[in-house]
Design a binder for this molecule. Structure first.
Ligand SMILES: O=C(O)C(=O)C[C@]1(C(=O)O)C=C[C@@H](O)C=C1
Length: 160
């Protein structure tokens, strides 16, 4: 299903930023979890969900799940940096000017893709998990992480 593929690839794209984020934070001695930023991300996702007639509560839970996976990638990547100090000299994409705006844009695109798929009454069934799992390419996510994100995605509802 091409609409579902678009949705999964947007989620993969979001996860694809997290190694850069982890590297940037390591270079700037910043902690991985940024709760103030999480509030901003959730609030922007909820605002955009209203335009797409998506239940904002369900999008809040789903956004939190994606951020949990994002942090899991960052913690594991950061641990990896301890034995690969050569990576510390690479310049990651800039967190504030590039990555964060891109993550907000992707949040809107993810909402739009969810709406496009769900609006005809389709639902995301368990049988799509294998495709989802293959779409999410980060080597720093476990199957359990992916199940957690997928389950909260399945709970997203449109208001019809
Ligand atoms: O913007 C950041 O600093 C990120 O690490 C990204 C992100 C997210 O997934 O949106 C993940 C973890 C942080 O706690 C806040 C936000």
């Amino acid at each position: 299903n091409s609409k579902l593929d678009t949705l999964f690839s947007k989620i993969n794209e979001r996860m694809g930023y997290m190694e850069d984020v982890a590297l940037y934070k390591a270079q700037h001695q910043l902690g991985i979890e940024d709760l103030d930023r999480e509030k901003v991300v959730v609030s922007k996702a909820k605002t955009s969900s209203e335009k797409f007639l998506i239940s904002s509560e369900s999008i809040e839970d789903f956004t939190i799940s994606m951020m949990s996976a994002a942090k899991a990638i960052q913690y594991r990547y950061r641990a990896n940096l301890l034995s690969h100090s050569d990576l510390m000299s690479i310049e990651p994409r800039d967190l504030k000017n590039e990555v964060r705006p891109a993550l907000i844009k992707l949040g809107r695109e993810i909402n739009s893709s969810i709406y496009e798929y769900l609006k005809d009454g389709s639902n995301i069934s368990d049988s799509s998990f294998l495709t989802f799992s293959k779409s999410i390419e980060s080597k720093y996510l476990t199957e359990e992480d992916k199940i957690m994100v997928f389950k909260s995605l399945q709970k997203v509802k449109v208001k019809i």
